[in-house]
Design a binder for this molecule. Structure first.
Ligand SMILES: [Zn+2]
Length: 414
C-alpha cells in the first residue's frame, strides 16, 4: 500500500475505496505488432470516494501531459456525436441570442467538431485544446485554437488580451482535469459578467446504478454526482441554474452555470428535483458507494462463467469493437487469447494493432463473416442495439452475442 492520497477538491485524506480494478495500462495505448513483446506500463485503477465531499476520484498516476499531449481520439469520427454538437449549438444560439458580437470559448475543443457550427453562423469562437495533433486539425478548419492546458494562469493571460466568454463550454473535460479547483477558478475568470457556462459529464449515479465500471479509466480522474459538482462550482463563485439529462456516454448531465452575482437567471426547479433524487438514493452517505465494489466482482465472476462454459463446449468466441472501455473490462477480468481469439473494429487505425495489456489482435469487421465464430462478445455495450442489428447475420450459422454490462448475458433472440 502506498500513502493515502488527498481529495482533489476538499483536500481530506481519502480513506474509502469505491472500487479497485487492479493494475491496468492506459486504455487508448493500442500496441503495434513490434511492441507486443516489450514492457508495458501498468498503473493502479483504484477509485476512492471522499468521506467529506463524496467526490469519486482516481489518484493522478499519469500526468495529463503524458496522456493528452498527443492523443488518438478525434471527436469528428463519430456521426452521432457530431449531430449532438450541432443540436447543442442551435439550442445555445437560440436560447442566449448569440451573434457576431458574442464570444464562445470551448475547453477541450478537440478537432473543432463543435465550434465549427458556431463559426459557420459567423459567431466568434475560440478553442482551448492541449493535444497538439488534434488542435492542428481544428486550426486547419479555420477555428482559432490555443494549444495549452486551461486553468487560472491561462485565463488571466486571456483576460489581459481581452478574451472573455459569453458562452464558456466544456464537454467531457471536467473528469479529465487533475486540478479541478484551478480549472473551475479559471472558468470564473474567463466568464463575462452576464455569461453562461455549460458542461457535460457522465453522471456517477448512472455509472453506479447501471454497473458501468468499465467506463473507469486513467484519463478520467473524477466521477461526479450533481450534488458534488454543484458544491465545486459554488466554492468558486459559480451558481448552477439549470440542467439537462442526456443519454450520451452511458448517461450524462449538462449543467448551466453563471456568476453567483448574476441574478438575472433564476435557478430552475430541476436542480432541487435532481438533488432530492440523489439524496433519496443515498449519494450523501457512504453505504451506496461501499456496495458498488461487490457488484463489480460479482459481474466479473458471472462473465467468466459464461466464457468458461462456452470454451468447455469447444465454442469459438471473438470480440466486436475495441473501445477504451473494453480495455478496462478485459484487463480487470483477465480476458486474453484463452477466451477471445481476436476482436474486430471499424476504425482502420486499430487494424493490425493489439489491445493494451491483454494483447488481443484487432481486425476489420469482415473477418466475422468469413470466420463464422459461435459467440460475438460486444465490447461497446452502449451501442449494443446498433451492433446486434448490424451483425444479426451471425444467426445464419447459429451465432449468438455476449453482452457484459449491466449484467453479463447471452443474447440469442434477435
Ligand atoms: Zn473531498
Amino acid at each position: 500500500m502506498g500513502k493515502v492520497p488527498n481529495c482533489r477538491f476538499c483536500n481530506s485524506s481519502l480513506q474509502h475505496t469505491l472500487v479497485d480494478l487492479g493494475m491496468s495500462p492506459l486504455c487508448e495505448s493500442f500496441l503495434a505488432a513490434d511492441q507486443v513483446n516489450r514492457m508495458e506500463p501498468f498503473y493502479p485503477l483504484k477509485v476512492y470516494v471522499c468521506g467529506r465531499c463524496f467526490l469519486a476520484q482516481l489518484e493522478e498516476y499519469v500526468s495529463p501531459e503524458n496522456i493528452f499531449t498527443e492523443y488518438a481520439y478525434f471527436s469528428s469520427y463519430s456521426d452521432s456525436w457530431l449531430q449532438h454538437a450541432k443540436n447543442y449549438t442551435e439550442l445555445m444560439i437560440e436560447r442566449y441570442k448569440l451573434d457576431q458580437k458574442s464570444q464562445v470559448v470551448e475547453l477541450a475543443s478537440n478537432d473543432g467538431y463543435l465550434l465549427q457550427y458556431f463559426v459557420q453562423k459567423g459567431i466568434p469562437a475560440l478553442g482551448i485544446e492541449p493535444a497538439k495533433n488534434v488542435a492542428q486539425v481544428a486550426i486547419e478548419k479555420g477555428i482559432s485554437t490555443i494549444t495549452e492546458f486551461f486553468g487560472v494562469e491561462l485565463a488571466q493571460k486571456m483576460a489581459k488580451d481581452g478574451t472573455k466568454a459569453d458562452l464558456l463550454l466544456g464537454n467531457n473535460v471536467l473528469a479529465q482535469v487533475p486540478d479541478i479547483n484551478d480549472f473551475v477558478a479559471g472558468m470564473k475568470i474567463t466568464l463575462k459578467p452576464g455569461g453562461v457556462i455549460t458542461m457535460e459529464f457522465p453522471h456517477l449515479i448512472r455509472l453506479i446504478q447501471e454497473n458501468q465500471f468499465d467506463t473507469i479509466y486513467h484519463e478520467h480522474f473524477s466521477y461526479f454526482s450533481f450534488l458534488v459538482v454543484e458544491g465545486i462550482f459554488a466554492a468558486h463563485g459559480i451558481t448552477l441554474f439549470d440542467l439537462e439529462e442526456l443519454n450520451t456516454h452511458g448517461g450524462s448531465i449538462r449543467i448551466y452555470g453563471r456568476h453567483a452575482e448574476d441574478e438575472s437567471k433564476p435557478v430552475s426547479g430541476k436542480l432541487l428535483e435532481m438533488k432530492n433524487r440523489e439524496l433519496a438514493a443515498g449519494y450523501d452517505k457512504m453505504e451506496v458507494y461501499a456496495a458498488f465494489a461487490d457488484r463489480v466482482v460479482e459481474t466479473k465472476r458471472k462473465l467468466l462463467k459464461i466464457l468458461i462454459k462456452a470454451k468447455e463446449q469447444k465454442k469459438r468466441i471473438v470480440g466486436y469493437g475495441a473501445p477504451g472501455k473494453g480495455n478496462t473490462l478485459l484487463n480487470y477480468c483477465g480476458i486474453r487469447n484463452d477466451f477471445l481469439e481476436y476482436t474486430v473494429d471499424r476504425n482502420p487505425y486499430k487494424h493490425g494493432r493489439f489491445t493494451p495489456g491483454t494483447h488481443i489482435e484487432i481486425f476489420p469487421p469482415d473477418r466475422i463473416w468469413e470466420d463464422r465464430p459461435d459467440y460475438l462478445f460486444v465490447l461497446p455495450w452502449n451501442l449494443k442495439e446498433e451492433i446486434i442489428k448490424q451483425m444479426s447475420f451471425i444467426k445464419e450459422w447459429g451465432g449468438v452475442f455476449i453482452v457484459p454490462i449491466p449484467e453479463p448475458e447471452v443474447v440469442s433472440d434477435f
